[in-house]
Ligand binder design. Structure first.
Ligand SMILES: Nc1nc2c(ncn2[C@@H]2O[C@H](COP(=O)(O)OP(=O)(O)OP(=O)(O)O)[C@@H](O)[C@H]2O)c(=O)[nH]1
Ligand SMILES: [Mg+2]
Length: 438
């Protein structure tokens, strides 16, 4: 818990109808009362009052006192809603700084909430994700993590493992007597459950992470197939240059689009052909890389020309074959799944969008929490390794002190997810992602 009292404007920088100044720490109430035209503050009541400094009125405000521990940070807190003028916001903050408050660091309110036991680390990170969320899917991932999500389950399993490890370590003190305090079958059972949960979460990461950042969809094909026209049609915007000269697009162009709440990142690429032009050849290299990095590939074919096998490795990719220029002709024998469309008239675009959404919608509707946090994924990799080593050691009847080392390793990395184990460096890293005032 902070020993000093911190202050910051929690609403975005700029002019708004209303701005909120937050004050947290032992002196919060006294400092606020010094400036407010009320004698006392009732807990969690909104008080209409004048805020003045050195006798001069700054603004009429609404002030709410949250006594510790019933506040966001768990500390004494006061929230002052003032008019959104930059001058007023500044003057209120300055008055409180003059009283001895300190300007809050980025994320410091949330960090105090974590240190005060109001949130675990995974929930604090979810607050940052929630603030950043702009699509329904990002919002859902953040809310599920904020409500506890997988952290709660991992924590329960961690506690069980912790007890068993402690018993195992106790045996070491009685090593002459050959006793077994830790029930081996129970230990195996816990390891098994934990390993299964860790594996499930790790498997969900790729989906969780792509959903959070947007699903990469590469638009590739031969020159002049209509790739840039397709990007423009999807975006409903003249984003990319289009011309009848093959080789128009050289660099990749990326734009995001949210369809039915799911964010896709469409990447228009240079047409695939071997070229003596050095710049175009570099562009084609980028096209191949875009395919390699993509989740979904839209392979665009010009329907007025005969089908030719793609000159790029599409194996292990989800491909949708787009038979473009359907306003001119519809060629046969394009591999499926196919969608016939015209980037020019936009006929068939809706069908393509529906095909994309259908691929992800069902996987989203499940209740199982998805892992979308890279830091957690990194920690789980360590946990999985340590659990595997511990199981092996148990099977091979390796001395319990060595098993205990692996278990401690797993416990440590599990603890970093929810914050039972944390370092200053880790906390600084996480909370510096926040803005000031959060
Ligand atoms: N009639 C018709 N013409 C189209 C359609 N889509 C694209 N075109 C035309 O085909 C030509 C090539 O279109 P682009 O979108 O530049 O093709 P691209 O695949 O991006 O080409 P590169 O960037 O050179 O690889 C342009 O003249 C477009 O107007 C379509 O659906 N119907
Ligand atoms: Mg192009």
């Amino acid at each position: 818990m902070g020993s000093d009292t911190i202050v910051a404007v929690s609403t975005p920088r700029g002019v708004g109808g209303v701005a909120v100044v937050r004050l947290s720490g032992p002196q919060a109430r006294e400092m606020a009362l010094r400036h407010l035209s009320v004698d006392a503050l009732e807990p969690r009541h909104s008080h209409f009052a004048r805020f003045s400094d050195g006798g001069s009125l700054i603004d009429e405000v609404l002030a709410v006192w949250f006594p510790a521990p019933h506040s966001y940070t768990g500390e004494e807190m006061v929230e002052i809603s003032c008019h959104g003028s930059l001058y007023v916001q500044q003057a209120i903050v300055q008055a409180l700084l003059d009283d001895g408050a300190r300007l809050a660091e980025p994320g410091e309110f949330t960090m105090r909430a974590f240190l005060g036991g109001k949130l675990n680390l995974s929930q604090a990170e979810a607050v940052a994700d929630l603030i950043d969320a702009v699509t329904p899917v990002q919002h859902r991932l953040a809310v599920s993590q904020l409500r506890g999500g997988y952290a709660r389950k991992l924590n329960d399993l961690r506690k069980r493992l912790l007890d068993l490890t402690a018993l195992l370590e106790l045996e070491l003190d009685f090593s002459q007597e050959d006793v077994e305090f830790a029930d081996r079958s129970q230990l195996r059972q816990t390891l098994c459950e934990l390993a299964a949960e860790v594996e499930r979460l790790m498997a969900s990461f790729s989906l969780g992470n792509t959903l959070k950042r947007g699903i990469p969809v590469a638009i590739v094909g031969r020159p002049n197939a209509g790739k840039s026209s397709l990007l423009n049609a999807l975006l409903d915007d003249d984003r990319a240059l289009v011309s009848d000269i093959p080789g128009t697009t050289r660099d990749t162009i990326e734009e995001t689009l949210t369809l039915d709440g799911i964010t896709f990142r469409f990447i228009d690429t240079a047409g695939l052909r071997s070229s003596s032009d050095a710049i175009e050849a570099m562009g084609v290299e980028r096209s191949r890389k875009a395919v390699a990095d993509a989740e979904v590939v839209l392979y665009v074919h010009d329907a007025t020309t005969p089908w030719q096998a793609p000159d790029v490795d599409l194996e292990s990719k989800q491909v949708i074959y787009v038979n473009n220029k359907s306003d001119l002709s519809v060629a046969a024998s394009v591999p499926s799944p196919t969608v016939n469309l015209s980037a020019k008239t936009k006929e068939g675009i809706a069908q393509l969008e529906a095909m994309l959404v259908e691929r992800y919608q069902p996987r989203l509707s499940g209740d199982a929490p998805l892992l979308s946090n890279e830091r957690h994924y990194g920690a789980l990799l360590h946990v999985a390794k340590a659990l595997a080593a511990a199981s092996r050691a148990l099977d091979e009847a390796i001395p319990s002190d060595l098993v205990a080392v692996d278990l401690r390793d797993a416990l440590y990395h599990l603890g970093t997810i929810t914050g039972e184990v944390s370092s200053d460096e880790l906390l600084t890293n996480i909370f510096s992602r926040f803005c000031i005032g959060k």
